[in-house]
Write a protein that binds this ligand. Structure first.
Ligand code: GRF
Length: 213
């Protein structure tokens, strides 16, 4: 899987999941991976926050955790170089961002071109940013949803692999909507990873994720 898309299905990929907080998507991904919902193997969790609850989940699931503290590095690229070297040691071929609260620079994104996925809790391009569920709810949209996309050099704007819509009902409050969005996320992230790893696809005009098989 290089350049514009994947030239061969990558069914034996070594996968790292990047987290900063709760880690519910990480846990759902690991459980689905173990039930063969997608090929490849999640072999590592990367965190930038030593207090992330995701670490406890990784410990329970027996997944090694790599904590790289960003604070000693003078800039983002210096930090990402160290991260990249670590990932090379682990032979990581696919990165899944799951609540990773750090924007990756073009340096890192180019190193893993078309090999980083992100999950975002809205129907992109609506409601980018860190408070998407709340923003959609407060805006009053009647339909929102979840997007899994390839990470490019922009923020929340790479080619879309999969989207699923969810109706907001009169009975929803922010808490119930968040819970419903998270349940949907836990289902579709694995589905999207399966598509990326087992199908042939390409990126058209830098924008559209298109299946070729
Ligand atoms: C999810 O809503 C995801 O869409 C967003 O960050 C949240 C992470 O939740 N990018 P969790 O840490 O996986 O529970």
């Amino acid at each position: 899987m290089a350049g514009k898309g994947n030239t061969r299905p990558l069914t034996d990929a070594r996968i790292a999941v990047f987290c900063s907080g709760n880690g519910s998507n990480f846990e759902a991904l690991v459980r689905k991976n173990r039930r063969s919902a997608f090929p490849g193997c999640i072999v590592l969790m990367v965190v930038d926050n030593p207090r992330a609850y995701a670490i406890e989940r990784a410990r329970r699931l027996g997944i090694p955790v790599l904590y790289v503290d960003p604070s000693p590095y003078e800039n983002k690229q210096a930090y990402e170089k160290v991260l990249y070297e670590e990932l090379r040691v682990w032979k990581i071929e696919l990165i899944l961002l799951a609540g990773f609260m750090r924007i990756l620079s073009p340096f890192f994104v180019r190193k893993y071109k078309n090999r980083i996925l992100n999950i975002h809790p809205s129907l992109l391009p609506s409601f980018k940013g860190a408070s998407a569920i709340r923003d959609a709810f407060e805006y009053g949209v009647k339909v929102t949803g979840v997007t899994v996309h390839i990470v490019n050099e922009g923020v929340d704007e790479g080619p879309i692999v999969l989207q699923r819509a969810l109706k907001i009902s009169e009975d929803d409050n922010l808490d119930s909507l968040e819970a419903r969005i998270h349940r949907l996320e836990h289902r579709i992230y694995a589905e999207a990873v399966n598509i990326v790893l087992s199908r042939s696809w390409k990126i058209v005009k830098g924008r559209k994720f298109v299946l070729c098989d």
